[in-house]
Design a protein. Sequence first.
Length: 272
Amino acid sequence: MILDSRDQVARLGEVARMCDDAGIDALWVPERVPDTDDVASPQGDALDAVAANTTRLRVGLMMSSDPRTDGDAAATLRRASVVTRRLEIAVPADVADGRIRDLLPEGVRLSVATPHLAAMDIAARVGDDAVLSATSVADLETTTAQLRACCQRAERDPDTLGIALEVPVSIGRTRAEAEARSRGEARFNVVGSPADVGVFGTLEECQERVIAFAHAGVTDLRCYLPSNPDIHDVIAQLTAVTIGTIDVLTPGAPRSRDPDPPQMWGGRRMGS
């Protein structure tokens, strides 16, 4: 889950506890909050809040600057490394080279943004995860196949490179509720509309979408959620999307079969 708005950062401790309890794997915060005027590194406190209010949740830092040349970015990275041992880092492709590893403590996962083929080659060489943006992927299966080919060129087992997809999400107990939650959400103007490129609708509709992502080769969803007062309900439904469906979420696995008809049912299956 990605928290990148002022409202969500203000509720960070509360949201972090909810995510930790719900079983979400990681909570991502940007190096800087985009809608603030402060151009320093305000996310040091945010990292503290996530680490202090969770016990198992991994803490992700989304860096937009190069910590080798930007003093504020370097300070944020140092603080993050001290705050928690459950740290992950995401960087743009032009920051990702062999030297970036020298700045990271042992065991920190490195994600590389891959908006184009050259960036995919970089991710295959130095990254633990390649990060795709839903708005930049026209054909997800083709893109994941390109990533696997990049791994082969780098003489790397493709199964060792995770494929993360950043997606806008709006889930509701009805489709109308999902629409209401996404309406007016300013961040969706930037990261894309959930109805167009993300995970949208009822729990069942969202589950079908997530299964399609997994079958295309995605191993990790990084979700932008609407800044609603009832975000706890959105988090609960987002978690429920994958509960009990681990087998069918495995890339390459067959879809779940239709359940058997009830006894004494007199109808016929389609095509019979």
